[in-house]
Design a protein around this ligand. Structure first.
Ligand SMILES: C[S@@+](CC[C@H](N)C(=O)[O-])C[C@H]1O[C@@H](n2cnc3c(N)ncnc32)[C@H](O)[C@@H]1O
Length: 275
């Protein structure tokens, strides 16, 4: 009975998704979606990432099995390619982009020491293993303690630390995917990440606007709510270079950003490589 209800819900959602033109989706997401612009960073962070660890672990096994054994790094649809095209290719692009960056940074000697800041349970290391089986890499994830505890159980080959001081320095590649924007003091974090790197700094899955100033949004996901930045691209690149990340060498387009209620300019998710 319960399964029948779930299937009906999924089928209805799929039907709706395929029937509604993309421009109408964009409008509805901007009008009613779970991300809204707010005047500034809240004084006390509401909810937050600690609560997210437990809910993020749901579906982990399935995602990892697919990544290790699936026909494609993300997944190939057997049906309903239209709704699949809305979301999954972004993940695919980001992993291929990470593979390119890792191949570039580790190219000559085939070995790479990577720090993944805000790397969750370390899943991106599994994608790298699949894409670049010849690359010998050491992988350290810097995460909140709750993620580190679960991550050590799920991925014992990865080193988990909960502070950048514990992570240490001298990494060939410091990688931050969808994490810098969630830190109130993002400039300080960029400086710390740059100091940990002796090669490249790759900040990706990060929302940017091109003309307007950096602003703050509140986002609802993982059963919680948290603030985040949408950065002005020029300001961010200049800050990163001044803070020692190196010269900006490449811009990867991840895809469109989340629609933000109240924002005057749509944002785009980019990956910036500094060396
Ligand atoms: C949107 S998730 C991104 C996960 C993954 N990097 C990805 O791209 O799919 C943001 C991550 O940042 C982590 N995070 C939040 N605050 C942090 C902190 N102070 N130190 C380290 N990680 C933090 C969260 O726990 C969460 O896993």
């Amino acid at each position: 009975m319960k399964q029948g209800r779930v299937k009906l819900m999924v089928d209805s959602r799929r039907l709706l998704r395929n029937a509604v033109p993309p421009c109408l989706w964009d409008w509805a997401r901007a009008r009613f979606g779970g991300v809204r612009q707010v005047p500034g960073w809240p004084t006390a962070d509401a909810g937050g990432w600690t609560e997210a660890a437990a809910s993020a672990v749901e579906g982990y096994e399935e995602g990892v099995r697919r990544m290790i054994e699936g026909a494609a790094l993300s997944y190939l649809p057997t049906e309903e390619p239209v709704s699949w095209l809305h979301s999954d290719p972004q993940f695919h692009h980001r992993m291929v982009q990470l593979g390119l960056v890792a191949a570039r940074m580790g190219g000559e000697h085939g070995a790479l020491n990577i720090l993944d800041y805000g790397g969750g349970f370390g899943v991106h290391a599994l994608a790298l293993k699949r894409l670049l089986p010849w690359l010998r890499f050491q992988y350290t994830v810097c995460e909140l303690p709750a993620f580190c505890d679960l991550g050590r159980e799920l991925n014992p080959d990865i080193r988990f630390v909960s502070t950048l001081a514990d992570a240490g320095m001298g990494y060939d590649l410091v990688y931050a995917s969808s994490s810098v924007q969630y830190m109130r003091d993002w400039r300080r974090l960029l400086g710390d990440l740059s100091a940990a790197s002796s090669g490249g700094v790759f900040v990706t899955r990060t929302p940017f606007v091109l003309t307007r100033d950096t602003f703050v949004v509140m986002q609802r996901a993982y059963g919680t709510e948290y603030p985040g930045w949408v950065f002005n691209l020029r300001e961010f690149v200049q800050a990163a270079q001044e803070l020692g990340a190196g010269t900006q060498r490449e811009v990867f387009v991840n895809g469109r950003g989340l629609a933000v209620r109240g924002a005057s300019e749509p944002n785009v998710h980019l990956g910036l490589l500094f060396e």
